[in-house]
Design a protein around this ligand. Sequence first.
Ligand code: BGC
Length: 251
Amino acid sequence: MTNAPQRAIGIDIGGTGMKAGIVDLREGTLVSERVRIPTPDGATPPDVLATAKQLVERLGPEGEDLPVGVCFPAVVKDGITLSAANVSEEWIGLNADERFGEALGRDIRFVNDADAAGLAELKFGAARDQAGFTIMTTLGTGIGSAFLFDGKLVPNSELGHLEHEGESIERWASASARERDDISWKKWAGRLQHFYEHIEAVFSPDLIIVGGGVSKNPEKFLPMIETRAPIVTAVHRNNAGIIGAASLILG
Ligand code: BGC
C-alpha cells in the first residue's frame, strides 16, 4: 500500500494562455476537461495568480483538495523565478513557489514550463526508456527547452535564448514569430532548421522532441526539417506541461 496521491492538478502558464487539468499520476493522462484562460495582458504576478485560482475553480468539485503542480515560462531555482521573457519583469526574483501556494491555498510544486513538458515525455511519453541525451523543445509564444539525460532532467536550459542576429532566437523562430511575420510553414521550417542545426552542432543529442501548440499539426513543418538525430513530436502534444507539472507531486 502506498499513500502517494493518484491525482493532481497541473497548471501550465504560457505567454498567451493559461491551461489546467486534472491528471492521473499513474497513467500520466488528463482525466478532466482542459480549461484555458488567456494569460492576462502584461502577465503581472497579481493577475496571473488570480487567473490560476480561477482555473482551479473551473475544474470544479473533482479538483477540490488535490495537490497542484504549476509550470511557468521562466528560469526557476529554489522556487524563485529568475527571468521573465514573455511575462512581466515583476516576476524576476519573486518567490513564485510561495506566492502560488498562498494564492491557491494548497500544497504546490513549481517548475519551468519546458522542463515540465520534458518530464511528462520522460515519464509517460517519447523519452521513456530513451538512453543518452534527449532535448525537448517547445514551440509556442517563446521557445522552451528541456535537457533529459539517462532518465533525469537537467533543469533550466534556455535554448530559446541562443542568440540570432542580436536577439534571442525565439523572437525569430517561435510559433508566435511565424504568426507575427505571417510567413509560410515552409519558410518557418527553414528558421527551425537553422535552430535545430545549431543545437545539434553544439550538443549532439540522441533524440529531439518537439512540443508546444504546433505539435498538434506536425505534418505542416516537421517533414521539412532534417536532423541527424531522430526528431519526433511530443506524445502529450500541448498537454505535456500540465501533465509534467502535476507529476512533480510524486517527487
Ligand atoms: C523562457 C523559457 C520558457 C520558454 C517557453 C522562454 O522565453 O525564457 O523559460 O521555457 O519561453 O515558454
